[in-house]
Design a protein around this ligand. Structure first.
Ligand code: 5RP
Length: 262
């Protein structure tokens, strides 16, 4: 692996812990102004010191993130659909030249296995991997799940393995029952999405269960920026992911911050 590729992967998964807290704020690319991200710049700025990397689109990156910020960027480069239509009908939406200009640490693209656009999104992934490898930029594949599809270990193992076989350097998926099977079948590092907003204690449990069963970390969005205390929440997630704190310890830290603020 060349130096640039290794360097960028180390930006995403810091070698001191071998774990990653990625902050996902790319939701607007198909959801529009998601709750908590109406003004992405204001949401993101206080969270940056606690994130290892930031996953977002180029539009939000250019307009809302200080270029002097040292945050490694995972650029969402698939899209072209909205919540109102068929989500799987994605294309690659950013040229590799623009990604290089934006100095990104990784490129992120969704695959939709088992949908009518399976072949197209997998071909998009293979094409993006060729471009990324040429410039030393890792590709993170997101195993997107259609509205009616089961997020079980059998299905997610299939998606993650296909993504890795096509050359993704990191795979983002969902936590599920039997997650060890998903990890065991995937030869590249896995991170999990947080999913819809749930209670903070439950989200910390989710992060803990994922890393204790082999994920290298989280690429979490709504459970951080929709929290009543986003900075406290990302700090608590860091404790679980990087410091192996239990969900109870991290939750006590979070509620302690609330108590101090009150
Ligand atoms: C959508 C994505 C989002 O970044 C991701 O799902 C957001 O994270 P969360 O589920 O934790 O809000 O990749 O395809």
């Amino acid at each position: 692996m060349d130096w640039g590729m290794q360097h960028r992967l180390a930006n995403i998964i810091p070698p001191n812990s071998g774990r990653a807290v990625m902050l996902a704020v790319d939701h607007g690319y198909f959801l529009g102004p998601t709750s908590g991200l109406e003004e992405p710049g204001k949401t993101v700025a206080p969270l940056l010191p606690y994130a290892d990397s930031l996953m977002l689109t180029r539009g939000v990156l250019r307009q809302c993130v200080d270029p002097a910020s040292r945050i490694p960027v995972v650029l969402r480069v698939s899209g072209g659909t909205s919540i109102l239509t068929e989500l799987s009908n994605e294309d690659i939406t950013v040229s590799i030249e623009d990604a290089v200009r934006l100095n990104v640490s990784a490129l992120a693209l969704s695959i939709f296995v088992g949908t009518e656009n399976e072949r197209r999104t997998l071909a998009n992934l293979a094409k993006l991997v060729d471009l990324g490898e040429h410039y030393g930029i890792p590709v993170l594949a997101v195993t997107a799940v259609g509205k009616d599809m089961a997020r079980d270990a059998r299905y997610l193992s299939l998606c993650c393995r296909i993504a890795a076989e096509l050359g993704a350097r990191i795979v983002k998926t969902y936590y599920c029952e039997g997650f060890e099977e998903v990890v065991g079948g995937c030869p590249v590092p896995l991170v999990i999405a947080g999913g819809k907003k749930i209670e903070e204690r439950a989200a910390l449990q989710l992060a803990h269960d994922a890393v204790s069963r082999g994920a290298v970390g989280v690429d979490m969005g709504r459970n951080i920026f929709q929290s009543s205390n986003p900075v406290g929440m990302i700090r608590a997630v860091r404790q679980v992911v990087h410091e192996n704190r239990t969900p109870d310890e991290a939750f006590r830290f979070l509620t302690g911050l609330r108590g101090a603020a009150a």
